[in-house]
Design a protein around this ligand. Sequence first.
Ligand code: ADP
Ligand code: MG
Length: 353
Amino acid sequence: MRRHERGLFALALAVILLTGCRIKGPGQIGQVSLAKAEKTEFMMDTLITITAYGPKAEEAVNAAMAEMRRIADLMDANDPKSEVSRINENAGRRPVRVSEETFELLKLARRYSELSGGAFDVTVRPLVVLWGIGKKDKYVPDSAAIERARELVDWRDLVLDEEAKTAYLRRAGMGVDLGGAAKGYAADRARDVLLRYGVRSALIDAGGNIWAVGRRPDGRPWRIGIKNPRPEHGGELLAVMPSEDLTLVTSGDYERYFIKNGVRYHHIFDPRTGRPASQAISATIIGKNSAEADILSTAVFVLGPDQGLALIRKLSSFEAVLVTPEEQIVATGNLEDELEIVREEGGTGDTGR
Ligand code: ADP
Ligand code: MG
């Protein structure tokens, strides 16, 4: 059948944790029984769950969650007291001194804005505010408003002073937005905290950003499930990525969106058009640094298959899997060989369009 031509991979992807890998009760490493701790909190517009194993699992999870909360507060552009808000309030007026940490993440985000040719743009805030995806009900701005906002998006006008540790936006109305980087960064810091507590086996799930820390308590690699995100496909599990000390980050058009007159409007913008990016359904980045993977998932989503994968190949320390609007899967390297196929093509459920 035509619709199965590309088999399993002709489907949209989303990364989830396999419930089957959630070990109930204490985990085992060799003969040693490990305590398990798990905690879920809502922050950065998503549910965050941290699961850890080890003698200090409970303390570790609490500390890691507190660390994520701290970062979320620091970088929340919607909180008028955050450092990011202070930079934005002072756009076109004066440089603002920020913490070392915010400065470094801004630097990283600015560097990737440049590397991605502006597909990821750390100054995307005016578009985020204008569209208000998830906040304003089915609101499509008029072209003039989109044009005005788009005009204000340009990472080259974010001036970072290394000596003074200040950030300055050259024009009034500009704004930085770390929404495409903060969850990944927070996950990296949470992982550091877990490691400091001696945890060698853990999962951090920050809504599409996953850190598979070490191995499962039974010594085998974590298994990260890849599911079909389109509701009409019922979130079926498609494949599994065996993961040991790996982060997987997905950007998709299916988490925050609305549909009006048959058009899907979502929260990842193409700074070149000022509108939701349309060259991908989802982009998954796999690597060892979640902040960078988070930024890259957004960048690759905007760039689409050709330029997106070219960028990832150039960087060499990440792999990517991208689904095009035609539901074709393209990937870098040997990823398709590593993925374990769960459901054979032509199996139960309609996988066609
Ligand atoms: P999610 O937040 O669903 O994990 P992303 O990691 O792709 O998805 O981040 C999307 C967020 O990044 C948006 O909510 C917005 O704050 C910001 N953003 C949207 N478009 C861009 C862009 N082109 N460049 C940089 N940041 C963006
Ligand atoms: Mg991202």
